[in-house]
Design a protein around this ligand. Structure first.
Ligand code: G6P
Length: 465
């Protein structure tokens, strides 16, 4: 089980800058409401990600594919963006890296390499597709809506290349992961007989890492997806209580909410002290930002809610950001992520005994130094009255990742309730999409194009060339 230590968020430790424990306890009633509302929305089928932890049939289907047809490929290329990419990247960084190091050459050939193309920069896409061996590659097109411009444009390019190379056999290199019923990707799968995996309709993109979106690439890479879901199940069970102080997701959400609204700290930094956990912070950034950044409450009144998530990395960013965190404005919380056991450590040799500035390092290890630097940063922040908390997993493995990611997803839903907004929608992303459609000439979006043309004339006086 992970350990969540929030001493350094509270007034006893931080003086007047911290959250009064009485304020946290005063959230108990609102938390019971948040918990009941979440249970009601789960029951009504509006929130589907909790149930992913129990989806054993999907695990079997995915594992069968990965161990069977999947083995014909040396590369798995995921085409997806946002929630269709970030969870997979986080799992790959956390779980593939140690696994890969332990494999022998034969095993490395057995597991395909996992690539995630989550941008549309031609300077990346062109050379990547020119270089990759198409004959040994499976492209997994991942899109909940099935119509995202970035993903679909990548797909069109890949499909043409596959058809040029393999004719009708192009299908053998495609797998769609999309909504079970809606969207053009689903329609294409039917028309062209392309194999698919479902994303349950009540699971939004940023909550989909434990669905086939994250599970298929993970299974193909040899990650233990059953353990991932077992970890998630353990966290769901831990969060069944409506007693705030016993519910880690509840306390995390309540503290972040209080920091923002009572302590004017709307910037929420997540700072893993672990290379393997670095992309969990990137995944969390979308989860927290898109879910909580909302103009309107669920009832429709204006709120302009939402903390700003920031990703950071220890120890690297100690030499870039920590000066600001320790002495800058009191507008942040820092959440440290760490692992209790780094696995095989790297000893630091003893040398230069006559130079005290170096001699102290000898006899310790890199893991010890990294951990010490985290503890020292936590203490420095606390001494200066800066709110911080830490989530420590026993070790970076599939079970721990399942627990951690499930905790942060559940916390997001609770936080949405505290802010009075709907954490499941993202109306603000739509406007930019509609303008893109209008500018690119998609029929039906002429109005968006006209508005763009009407609003974009620019004054040369404000441009330096
Ligand atoms: O999975 P897709 O439907 O292609 O969506 C990809 C992304 O698109 C939009 O930006 C949404 O706001 C994100 O929440 C989503 O993750």
């Amino acid at each position: 089980m992970l350990t969540f230590d929030y001493n350094n968020m509270l007034a006893p430790r931080l003086g007047g800058r911290g959250i009064d424990p009485a304020s946290l306890d005063a959230m108990a009633g609102r938390f019971r409401e948040a918990h009941a509302d979440t249970a009601r929305r789960r029951e009504a089928g509006e929130i589907g990600f909790f149930a992913l932890a129990d989806a054993n049939a999907v695990v079997d289907e995915i594992q069968t594919f990965a161990d069977g047809q999947g083995q014909a490929f040396s590369n798995l290329v995921v085409l997806g963006i946002g929630g269709s990419a970030l969870g997979t990247i986080a799992l790959r960084t956390a779980l593939l890296h140690p696994l890969w190091n332990e494999l022998d050459d034969e095993e490395r050939d057995y597991y395909p390499r996992i690539y995630v193309l989550d941008n549309i920069d031609p300077a990346t896409i062109g050379p990547f597709l020119d270089r990759i061996d198409l004959g040994r590659t499976l492209f997994n097109i991942v899109s909940k809506s099935g119509g995202t411009a970035e993903t679909m444009s990548q797909y069109l390019i890949v499909r043409e290349r596959l058809q040029a190379a393999f004719g009708e056999d192009y299908r053998r290199h495609l797998l769609f992961t999309t909504d079970p019923e809606k969207g053009v990707l689903r329609a294409l799968a039917g028309e062209e007989q392309i194999p698919t995996l479902p994303i349950p309709s009540n699971v939004g993109g940023r909550f989909s890492v434990l669905s086939s979106v994250g599970l298929l690439p993970a299974a193909m890479a040899g990650i233990d997806i059953a353990a991932l879901l077992e970890g998630a199940r353990d966290m769901v069970a831990k969060c069944e209580t409506d007693d705030l102080r016993a519910n880690p997701a509840g306390v995390f959400a309540a503290l972040q909410y209080l920091a923002d609204t009572e302590r004017q700290a709307p910037i929420h930094v997540m700072m893993p002290y672990s290379d393997r956990l670095r992309d969990v912070a990137d995944w969390f950034r979308q989860l927290w930002a898109e879910s909580l950044g909302k103009q309107r409450t669920r009832e429709g009144s204006e709120v302009f809610a939402g903390p700003t998530p920031v990703k950071s990395l220890g120890a690297t960013d100690q030499h870039s950001q920590v000066q600001l965190y320790v002495e800058g404005p009191f507008d942040k919380t820092i959440t440290f992520l760490s692992e209790a056991d780094f696995g095989p450590d790297v000893p630091i040799p003893s040398a230069y005994e006559h130079h005290a500035e170096l001699a102290y390092l000898g006899g310790h290890s890199m893991g010890e130094l990294l951990r010490t630097e985290m503890l020292a940063t936590e203490a420095a922040l606390a001494q200066r009255g800066r709110m911080n908390m830490s989530i420590e997993i026993p070790r970076v493995d599939a079970h721990a990742l399942g627990e951690l990611m499930m905790m942060l997803q559940i916390a997001t839903v609770y936080a949405g309730h505290f802010y009075g907004i709907d954490p499941l929608d993202q109306p603000g992303v739509e406007l930019g999409k509609q303008l893109t459609y209008g500018i690119m000439g998609r029929p039906g979006f002429e109005q968006a194009r006209a508005e763009w043309e009407g609003r974009t004339p620019k004054d040369d006086a404000f441009i330096i060339r």
